[in-house]
Every structure is written in C-alpha cells, then in structure tokens.
Design a protein. Structure first.
Ligand code: SF4
Length: 458
C-alpha cells in the first residue's frame, strides 16, 4: 500500500490532547458509584440478546507484576510473592459464577483476552485453571479468538504450550524499547535476546499472530535509539505492532516521578521519534491501521480493515464484534453495547465485594439513544474512515460537530456534507482528532474540562 507523505507541521498542529476512543462516551464522562442493580438487570438483558447471535467476549485483568516499570500507567500490583495467584483466581472464579447465575442460557465464548499487569506472572498451571473455569459449562465458539499479553522476560515455553493447547493463538509482547539505557531508566531490562526467544518460542508453539507494543517519547530515547529499536523489531517480523505515544501523567502514575523530566524528549523530538518509527515500519511493509496500530498485509487486522470489518473496543482494534465484553478482575471494564462499567480499582475493595457476593462495578455509564448514534459515527470513522448521518441529527451536527471539522477540511483531512463524511488518506493519521468532532460530551464540556484528562495525539 502506498503511504502518503506526512507534513510534520500538520502533526504538530493536531497534536492536542484527544481521547483514544476505545469507548464512547470516554471514561472521564462516566458516572461514579454506578447503580449495581441497574447494571445487573442490563447485563441480563444484553446477554440474552447478544449471546445467541455473536457469542460473548471475556477480558480478565491479571494485575500482578514482579517489578515496577516506571513509565507504567496500568492498574497493577507489584509483588514477588506468587502465593497471591491462588486467592486471585478464587475471586475471579466467584465473580464469573455470579455472572453465570445471571445468564439464562449457556454462554458462547467467542473471545478471551488475558491482560494485565503481567498475565505471565501466573504459572502455566494457574492459567490453565483460569481458562478451564471460564470454558467449563460454556460453549467455545468454533471461530474463537483467545489472546494474552506476555512479558518477554517471563513467558516460558511451558506457558506458550499450555496456552496453545487451550486454544490461544495470539500473543502480545510488551517490548516498548530495546535500547539498554532507555530500558534501565524505565526499569524494564529485557535484552533483545529475550524478546527474540519469546517470539521464536511463540511461533514454534503454534501461535499465528505475535504483536509487539512499542512506545515513543520515553526518557533518553533519541532518533538513533528508536531507529535501532525499530530495526531490531523488523528483524523479528511481528505480525502486528502498536506504536504508542508515552503519556506522561505523574499526577496519577506515581512511578513516573522516579525519573527526571529533563530526560524526556522535547515535543519536537517526540514528533521526530514518531515520524522515524512510522516511516521505517511503512518502509518495511507494515500497513497503518489507524490510531497507532500497524499490521503486515497477511494479518487479519489488515484484511479486516480492507473489507470494512474492523471493530474497536477496550483492547484496541479487533476483527470480531460480539456486542458484549465482560470484564473480570480488579479494574476490569465491561462493555454491554449500551452500558459500560469498571470494577473497583483497588484489590482490597474488589476482593471484599466479590467475597461478599456483590458485583464490584464502581463507575460506568448507561448510553442514551443519542450516545448510541454518536458512538456509531465515531466507530465508523475509526474503523472504516467514513460514516453516514441520520437526518434527525443534523441540528446537533451543525451545532457541535461541523464547526470542529472546518480546519480539518481546509487541511485536506476530511470531506463531508449533510449526509456523509469521508476521511482522506492523510486524514487517516488524524483519526483521533476527527473522531473528537463527534464526541458530544467533549464538545459540550470543552470549556470546563481540566487540562490533564487525555494524552496528546502524538
Ligand atoms: S508496564 Fe506491564 S509489566 Fe511493567 S509495571 Fe506496568 S503492567 Fe507491570
């Protein structure tokens, strides 16, 4: 695929704080203290509608890590005590059973994703126990997709063989950066040999898709260091790459206070790091899927994009759409299609509630008809690069959205009329900005939002 030439000035211009749109409305607009009874009722209704049609997706958050990577913004618990695995799995099992009681038919499991934290902190035996708990008494869809996030330092061949035997075919490794100085300052020392071994072993075990997460904007990164990292990554040919912008949020992620801010690249250098990585990946045959994701042309993510079958949820882009994603574990997020909820973020509170037989959902959101329609516009733009408007929404579109599109139209990013919108080839790189024009919650609250809510587009 021919990649358009990007003007750095354009990137600089649109490098504003914007959501990643893994949900709409985005998390800052959710309600605190969600009504648990209303959530349970909505879960039962949506499960009944979605399960028989598409099956369900399950996300399990496995929060433990042996050491703290200082850049990390995830919900994690640092410990070297592996005795915690048992209790955590017992609570997950209880939570799953609580949901199972609200299911009036046998669940059809289409997707399982184990995320973290470090899922490979858990022993292969425990991961087997977890997956068996979920699939026991359930129907596993013939076209299921099971995936896991692995740490290159502690993913063993035994983990991979166990997961493969359970139906896992996708693994995502947190590579982040391969420069030893950068790895040292972010406290994530994982030599290239470990990444190579983990990748080779995943392929040897039979995994058909290996994803790497990379980050640009980390302390001590330079143009040369990122070039070297990307060169090494390209050697290993991961099927998919997520090339994320480092979000510096020391007010919420305390670990980020452990390195000196003067070691962070300047905004100009960060932009250069992104452009360098992007150009190298494009030059090596990777196709830009949108919002930081790249894939080789044989990968399903790319073919799904070509066919207009891409979807987006909390795990980023996916090739399936089940309509119901159930999140289990501390801080896990569920998406029922017309409602979101996130479990309590502290392990102690999560344990306490589940052990007492109460759902641990804490904050969330029930979508209105208007939310559902604008959620669809945003999803269409993010996944297909085009959308069609309902005539009934014209007053809202004219009041909030079209004025936001004036500059992107002048810059050649997007074309629209009162019936439809089309993202241009260049506009594809600014999908988050274009989506934000249709974020009515954001547009209605622009003046009252605090500065530090969303990370910058680059
Ligand atoms: S980056 Fe991953 S491994 Fe490191 S602390 Fe965060 S969740 Fe744990």
């Amino acid at each position: 695929m021919q990649q358009p030439i990007l003007n750095p000035l354009l990137i600089k211009k649109y490098n504003a704080p914007v959501p990643r749109y893994t949900s709409y409305p985005t998390v800052p607009f959710w309600q605190h203290d969600l009504n648990t009874d209303a959530w349970e009722k909505r879960f039962t209704e949506q499960f009944e509608q979605q399960n028989a049609v598409n099956g369900i997706s399950i996300y399990v958050h496995l929060p433990f890590c042996e050491s703290l990577c200082t850049y990390c913004g995830c919900n994690k618990k640092i410990t070297q005590n592996h005795a915690v695995e048992d209790e955590y799995l017992q609570v997950i099992e209880k939570e799953w059973k609580m949901y199972r009681k609200r299911m009036n038919q046998t669940p059809v499991i289409r997707e399982i994703h184990l995320g973290g934290g470090t899922p490979t902190f858990f022993s292969p035996l425990h991961l087997r126990q977890l997956v068996n708990t979920l699939v026991k008494g359930s129907i596993v869809h013939p076209y299921h997709e099971f995936s896991i996030e692995g740490h290159p330092n502690n993913t063993t061949r035994q983990h991979l063989d166990t997961l493969f035997s359970l139906g896992f075919r996708r693994i995502s490794y947190g590579v982040q950066d391969l420069d030893p100085r950068v790895q040292h300052i972010i406290n994530r020392e994982q030599p290239f040999e470990n990444v190579q071994r983990a990748t080779d072993q995943a392929r040897a075990a039979g995994f058909s898709s290996v994803n790497f997460d990379l980050i640009y904007g980390l302390p001590l990164q330079t143009k040369q260091s990122i070039e070297h990292t990307i060169q090494q990554v390209i050697q290993l040919k991961p099927d998919r790459i997520a090339f994320y912008s480092y979000a510096h949020v020391p007010w919420t992620s305390k670990g980020q206070r452990l390195f000196n801010e003067s070691d962070l690249p300047s905004p100009e250098l960060k932009l250069q790091l992104y452009m360098t990585g992007k150009e190298m990946l494009s030059g090596s045959g990777y196709c830009d899927i949108g919002m930081d994701h790249f894939a080789l042309p044989h990968d399903e993510l790319y073919t799904a994009m070509q066919k207009g079958n891409l979807h987006r949820n909390f795990m980023g882009y996916t090739t399936h759409q089940t309509g119901l994603l159930l999140g289990l574990g501390v801080s896990a997020i569920s998406d029922l299609g017309n409602a979101f909820a996130q479990n309590d973020k502290t392990l102690h509170n999560y344990y306490e509630q589940i052990k007492e037989g109460r759902f641990a959902v804490k904050r969330g959101y029930f979508l209105s008809e208007e939310d559902l329609a604008f959620k669809q516009y945003i999803k269409d733009i993010a996944c297909k690069g085009e959308t069609y408007f309902y005539p009934a929404h014209l007053p809202l579109l004219k009041q909030y959205c079209f004025p936001q599109l004036q500059q992107p139209v002048e810059d050649g990013l997007v074309e629209y009329d009162e019936r439809q919108l089309h993202v241009t080839d260049i506009g594809h790189y600014f999908i988050r900005n274009i989506c934000s024009a249709f974020d009515l919650h954001l547009q209605r609250n622009l003046s009252s939002l605090p500065n530090q809510v969303f990370s910058k587009a680059v």
